[in-house]
Design a binder for this molecule. Structure first.
Ligand SMILES: C[S@@+](CC[C@H](N)C(=O)[O-])C[C@H]1O[C@@H](n2cnc3c(N)ncnc32)[C@H](O)[C@@H]1O
Length: 491
């Protein structure tokens, strides 16, 4: 069944329409949730929209209630996340490269494939609604093609399709990339990072974890709650799962409602990945705070970690300077800390320039460089992100990371500590950047970030490899793949 054949039939059917007296099949209703999900796929493709912003806006526009909103979310996010796998299955079923399929039709097919392979949608409903969607958003002539491809997909089970993907792949990496829906270069980068820790065998678990939307993690800011946040868990919706002592995990439902129910002042409990919580705590807790210290958060926007730094300093007169190059994101930092930390001064400069530090010779006792990075550690959170990133993004990012670190080191006080954090496990952004930094600056030494993290974490943290830096992983630690390295100025 091919689109070309469908196209060939289309005009003839149209010409005959006036004379055809046979009763027409009743039009299939397309659920508003499916239309909203399709619109999100288009927003992401045509306008480079972020799915997490496009989704709520399309849901509002279509006035979807809770159940339909959840359906639209599952359809759009699941389809975007598994796009690579569905594209390969569509190619096998259509016997045609996806690049040769009209993009609107391709999105209709992707949505249909998701319903057939990953949701419990009845096959006839998935096929019929997809055919109708094709007529509505693309063209009548492709309806037969959509019908044929989706019927072919529905005739084999997901396991059988995965076996076909593997059989027809040109290499084991291509097979993994298509089956687990990641670009091949990302598969290679993740394998390299795991291999560096002696854990290459975890690759498939990692890819699978990247395809699971994470549970929502909350932080109860330190200073507002004594001891482990575990005491606040109800063991039901809210559990003390995860490695951060200030972290709680939400089983489901509306985070805003769960936050309100805890009854803290606004801003004290907020959504934050527990890897991010640990990264901030690694800097604040590597040694006791001394009055008179000065702290700097060099790349602070939107301010999640700044809030943890500020909250850790309640009761001290230690100022935190929070810098963020984008004025808009600096404003988000101001809002993030407004209610919870009065010691934070937010400024907006390029972290490579002396203005970011206040004065050319300003020195800080603790500096957080939570650097701009490829974000390959948060793929489970942003379903479309993996398809947007390119290996060619890396040289510019790694150069910027090195320059920000150089500037930060120049403002590190004697004995001062610096944390380098990325939400990426890519070696070019992690160990390679760290090793080059150490070569350029003989006056700093690397500290044992693994030991610091173990000392602050709730429970035992599984951290692998022999390096002093720590790499967290979604499949192993239940966090984003945050990388944390710690340094101290020795001369
Ligand atoms: C990974 S994010 C920081 C996340 C933040 N620490 C948090 O926990 O919410 C990196 C930030 O660095 C900012 N950035 C990029 N280039 C910068 C530069 N040259 N100087 C300072 N900040 C920069 C980006 O705008 C972005 O907000």
């Amino acid at each position: 069944m091919s689109e070309r054949r469908g196209r060939g039939r289309g005009p003839r059917e149209n010409r005959n329409q006036g004379q055809d007296r046979r009763p027409r099949a009743p039009r299939v209703e397309i659920s508003p949730a499916r239309i909203a999900a399709y619109d999100v796929l288009r927003d992401v493709e045509d306008r480079d929209a972020y799915a997490n912003l496009a989704l709520p806006s399309r849901i509002r526009e279509a006035k979807l209630d809770g159940r339909d909103a959840a359906l639209a979310t599952e359809l759009a996010s699941g389809t975007l996340r598994e796009r690579g796998r569905y594209d390969r299955i569509i190619e096998l079923a259509a016997n045609r490269a996806v690049g040769d399929i009209d993009t609107r039709t391709l999105n209709v097919l992707r949505l249909g494939a998701h319903q057939l392979l990953s949701m419990r949608t009845a096959a006839h409903a998935a096929v019929n609604e997809s055919v109708e969607l094709q007529r509505r958003v693309a063209n009548q002539s492709g309806a037969g093609f959509v019908n044929g491809v989706l019927r072919t997909i529905g005739r084999s089970t997901p396991v059988e399709w995965d076996a076909k993907i593997v059989e027809t792949a040109s290499s084991p990496d291509e097979a993994l990339a298509a089956r687990d829906s990641h670009p091949s270069w990302v598969v290679r980068a993740l394998r390299d990072a795991l291999r560096a820790e002696g854990r290459e065998q975890e690759l498939e678990d990692l890819l699978a974890a990247n395809n699971e939307p994470p549970r929502v993690s909350l932080v109860v800011l330190p200073g507002w709650h004594s001891g482990d946040a575990e005491a606040l868990a109800d063991g039901d919706d809210l559990t003390a799962n995860g490695p951060s002592p200030f972290g709680l995990e939400l089983a489901g439902g509306d985070p805003a409602r769960a936050i309100e129910a805890l009854g803290f002042p606004e801003g004290v409990v907020r959504v934050q990945d527990q890897g991010s919580q640990l990264a901030a705590l690694a800097l604040t807790r590597l040694r006791p705070v001394k009055e008179g210290e000065r702290w700097l958060d060099l790349c602070a926007g939107p301010g999640g970690k700044t809030a943890v730094l500020g909250a850790e300093l309640s009761g001290y007169t230690v100022p935190v300077r929070a810098n963020e190059v984008s004025e808009h994101r600096a404003e988000l930092v101001r809002r993030s800390v407004a209610a919870v930390a009065d010691s934070v001064d937010v400024v907006s400069f390029d972290g490579r320039e002396s203005d970011a530090y206040g004065e050319a010779d300003a020195q800080f006792d603790r500096i957080l460089v939570d650097a701009p990075c490829s974000g390959l550690g948060a793929l489970r959170r942003r379903p479309e992100a993996r398809w947007r990133k390119q290996p060619s993004d890396l040289p510019e990012l790694t150069a910027l990371q090195g320059e920000l670190l150089d500037a930060a080191v120049a403002h590190l006080a004697p004995g001062g500590a610096l944390a380098y954090v990325t939400c990426s496990p890519h070696l070019a952004e992690t160990r390679v950047t760290v090793d080059r930094l150490l070569k350029r600056h003989s006056g700093i030494r690397e500290l044992d970030a693994k030991a610091v993290l173990q000392s602050v974490a709730r429970g035992d943290l599984d951290l692998a490899g022999t390096s002093l830096s720590a790499q967290l992983w979604p499949h192993r630690n239940g966090t984003d793949a945050m990388f944390i390295a710690l340094f101290e100025r020795v001369s």
